[in-house]
Ligand binder design. Structure first.
Ligand code: RIB
Ligand code: CA
Length: 438
């Protein structure tokens, strides 16, 4: 039976990204197929993110052997056994800005020093020859014999692998789950928007709409890391993408505007901090779950214990509390959605929202701007001129009295399905522990 969902995960592993990848790979083959893992810079630099992905498969290989040796046959990780995802390397920095990283939270290697703590659980360095060197030129080293039976390394930039998969697979069969900066997604959409729009749905962890940011007072980390990329991707949800495209400044990748006519609009489901933050993994629940597994030698328990204990300690240090800390499961929540999306408890906002990304603000870059005025939308379509060559006048709206920047016109602005309810913020931590460790 074909899996219900076939996904590409674009990720910057970090701690919660690794939990999201483990949740996806622990699924049954009927629930989910991970067709590709696309690696982006983000929480830590690209090389460290890539090493963490390779290490994840290395640990899972050891975990499955250990489970067999101790007769633990729960059937978990069926998706890992049944499919062999591609791992491809993406962007090493944002489209236009300076790279920012979040190693203060995730640790310098992205997993709180797990590689140094457990060298026997870390891949040897031959893995580096599996991928194009980070400059994007295929490395000269011959590919070693199949490095892992669990993934296929690619030497093609990940945004081009995304387009290849979308081109080769039937339309509306692949979902992209983006849980890091949107640079790779934006590069794919810019290179071949018609092929990109064959995607069934783009699920995005990012933004802060009605709550405070976590990178700045107004911006969430993934969006702040590449606001231009986010704005370019969000614009594809608009009836007129030019109405919300960001001004063009350095245009380091020489990205063109989208064609005036596109085959359809992008379906984007957004998981901002508003919904992700309350879905927590409590430290005591984690410690209780893995205690016996640690004692009996589970490689996965040992590996996750190191980086999650480091994370909980960092949360304590940041919040000055010494109680039962909670780690917000930002990225895993998007995977839970993919596994249980038929559950009616998942609810988007009643009507897709016009959420626009601030890209120029000195203090507000990355902010998710919504119009909270109770103003009626104009009921006629209005025209738009675009001047992409003029960075400060990228879009010229026709003057509709009182409708500055087109917030009130029916054919302008973005259409974002912001998710506002889940099957339960109080149960997700337990669900995650069961799926990863039972
Ligand atoms: O703001 C939370 C997001 O930023 C998560 O994806 C986390 O992994 C970091 O990338
Ligand atoms: Ca992430």
């Amino acid at each position: 039976m074909a899996p219900k969902n076939r996904i590409i995960i674009d990720t910057d592993p970090g701690v919660d990204d690794v939990l999201a990848l483990l949740l996806a790979l622990s699924a049954s083959p009927e629930e989910l197929e991970v067709a590709m893992i696309s690696v982006t810079y983000g929480n830590v630099p690209l090389q460290s993110c890539l090493r963490n992905v390779v290490a994840l498969f290395h640990v899972l290989e050891k975990e499955l052997s250990w489970r067999e040796s101790v007769g633990k046959t729960s059937g978990a990780y069926g998706a890992l056994r049944a499919f062999k995802p591609i791992v491809a390397v993406g962007a090493s920095h944002p489209l236009e800005d300076e790279e920012i990283i979040a190693d203060y939270f995730h640790g310098a290697d992205g997993l709180h020093g797990v590689h140094a703590a457990h060298p026997h659980l870390s891949p040897d360095d031959t893995w580096r020859s599996l991928f194009a060197d980070i400059a994007g030129e295929p490395s000269e080293a011959a590919l070693p014999p199949s490095y892992s039976s669990f993934f296929t390394p690619s030497k093609t930039p990940s945004h081009q692998e995304m387009l290849r998969i979308l081109r080769e697979e039937p339309e509306d069969t692949i979902t992209i789950v983006a849980v890091g900066p949107l640079t790779n997604v934006a590069l794919a959409a810019a290179e071949d928007p018609e092929t990109f729009l064959r995607v069934k749905e783009l699920v995005v962890m990012g933004g802060a709409v009605g709550v405070k940011g976590n990178a700045t007072p107004t911006a969430e980390f993934n969006c702040y890391a590449d606001a231009i990329a986010a704005a370019r991707v969000f614009a594809l949800t608009s009836p007129v993408p030019a109405s919300t495209m960001p001004p063009v400044f350095n245009n380091l990748h020489n990205l063109a505007p989208y064609p005036a006519k596109l085959p359809r609009r992008l379906k984007l489901s957004l998981f901002p901090l508003d919904i992700t933050t309350p879905h927590e993994l409590r430290q005591r629940a984690f410690d209780d779950k893995i205690k016996s597994l640690l004692e009996s030698g589970s490689p996965l328990a040992q590996w996750t214990n190191t980086f999650l204990t480091g994370t909980f300690n960092q949360i304590k240090a940041m919040l000055g509390q010494a109680s039962d800390e909670g780690l917000s499961l930002h990225d895993p929540l998007c995977i839970w959605y993919m596994l249980t999306r038929d559950d009616p408890a998942w609810k988007p906002v009643a009507k897709p929202e016009d959420i626009r990304i601030e890209t120029c603000g000195q203090w507000t870059k990355g902010m998710h701007v919504v119009d909270r005025r109770s103003r009626l939308k104009a009921n006629e379509e209005t025209t738009i001129e675009t001047h992409p060559e003029d960075p400060l006048d990228a879009v010229k709206f026709d003057e509709v009295p009182g409708d500055t920047l087109g917030w009130l016109s029916v054919n302008k602005g973005n259409r974002i399905n912001r998710i506002v309810a889940s099957p339960g913020e109080d149960i997700f931590g337990t669900v995650l522990l069961q799926r990863l460790f039972d």
